[in-house]
Write a protein that binds this ligand. Structure first.
Ligand code: SIN
Ligand code: CO
Length: 384
């Protein structure tokens, strides 16, 4: 278990002062930090077809970017390159534990864990991201500079797939050491250059843009064959100009569109499903053959422990305390009665169902039935 130390700040103070506002270095954020993964293990993940990885290298003034899978690193030499592997929490249980200390932010806002291995001089260059990130320093040291958002910065594109920014004024200039954490809000330019061979862990967040929300809504309407109400104009008057789309026409289009998102049921069902969809592949394997509920109860009573699949997104929406609960798991919706609230909290809050919790599931037929369904989807699995 990683224990987060926010220096002298409480989580409330961190949220009020820094979250989405100002970058900060949390020196020794994790005391006696132990890397959950080795560079060799990371390279092993980068060799997998279904795991997204890339190498960014600088050769003099020239930047190179190549996407994985990677088998061999000889061509990259000893310095000035970084290997970045996305969504490692989906594939590596020990690394996924690094997300847990940041769960003071709700599940739906958390995205994934990206891990980078850099050789001396390695980095992706000065850039900005659209998302909040906590960058944890593991092995080695890295020289980080971070600035405040600055509208005068211009985009640079030293490689067709690499977006950087023009030189920026820093407000943080630090050499991070194992266990140090850098918090960077969206839009803050930053640049990390590795001092020696180093590992960095980026806990990233999700903040959908209007475009994402609308495409997500459109996909939801299509998947669920929801046609919605159609445009009507019973009170049409004779038009002066047949080519014109009038302000009144547009007003009606606006109300039609707004009607969709003003429907609280539709909004909740769509958003819960949309936001719990994993962006990267999950490592879900359905057990073959499927378990039946009795078998599961037996394993649980024997003391088996269940883990939630790494990167599985679990959220819920309940309008009022006595209303039904929509439980969203990786885009799937399960409607449960309000009496299932404890089950919902257990599934959405715990990444491991320990023996005591597991026994509770084994002894309650409704809990057990739901758990059986989830285990048979490969979403929870036995670890002992
Ligand atoms: C990294 O190189 O580990 C982090 C990249 C970033 O700044 O987003
Ligand atoms: Co970045």
């Amino acid at each position: 278990m990683y224990q987060l130390h926010l220096n002298d700040l409480t989580i409330e103070q961190f949220l009020a002062e820094y979250w989405q506002k100002k970058p900060v270095v949390l020196k020794g954020g994790f005391a006696n930090f132990q890397d959950p993964i080795t560079p060799d293990e990371l390279a092993g993940l980068a060799a997998e077809e279904e795991i997204e990885s890339r190498i960014v290298a600088r050769q003099g003034e020239q930047w190179l970017l190549e996407t994985g899978p990677f088998e061999d690193y000889a061509q990259w030499g000893e310095q000035n390159w970084t290997l970045l592997v996305q969504a490692v929490d989906h594939w590596h249980l020990e690394s996924a534990a690094l997300i847990e200390p940041f769960r003071f932010i709700p599940n739906w806002r958390i995205d994934d864990l990206m891990i980078s291995y850099s050789t001396p001089g390695g980095g992706v260059g000065p850039h900005l991201d659209q998302y909040d990130v906590f960058i944890i320093q593991g092995l080695g040291k890295r020289h980080w500079r971070v600035g405040m958002p600055d509208a005068s910065l211009t985009s640079l594109c030293p490689h067709p797939r690499l977006l950087q920014v023009s030189p920026f004024v820093d407000c943080i200039n630090v050499i991070t050491e194992p266990g140090d954490i850098l918090y960077i809000p969206p839009g803050c330019p930053h640049d990390g250059i590795s001092v020696d061979a180093s590992l960095n862990y980026s806990v990233g967040f999700r903040a959908p843009a209007q475009k994402d929300l609308l495409t997500g809504l459109a996909d939801y309407l299509i998947e669920n064959e929801i046609q919605g109400v159609r445009y009507t104009d019973q009170n049409r008057q004779l038009s002066a100009n047949i080519g014109a789309i009038t302000g009144q026409d547009l007003q009606q289009v606006r109300s039609l569109l707004q009607g969709l998102i003003d429907d609280p049921k539709l909004l909740a069902s769509y958003f819960g499903s949309y936001i719990t969809h994993a962006k990267h592949d999950l490592d879900a394997t359905e057990p073959d053959p499927h378990y039946n509920a009795d078998e599961i109860a037996e394993y649980l009573e024997e003391g088996s422990v269940l883990a939630r699949l790494g990167g599985l997104r679990v959220c819920y929406i309940q309008e009022q305390e006595d209303s039904d609960i929509q439980l969203f798991i990786n885009g799937m919706t399960i409607v449960l009665p309000s009496s299932a609230k404890r089950t919902v909290l257990q599934l959405s809050e715990l990444t491991v169902l320990d023996q005591a919790t597991a026994a509770e599931f084994a002894h309650d037929p409704e809990k057990l039935q739901l758990l059986t369904q989830l285990i048979n989807l490969g979403y929870w699995y036995f670890i002992e």
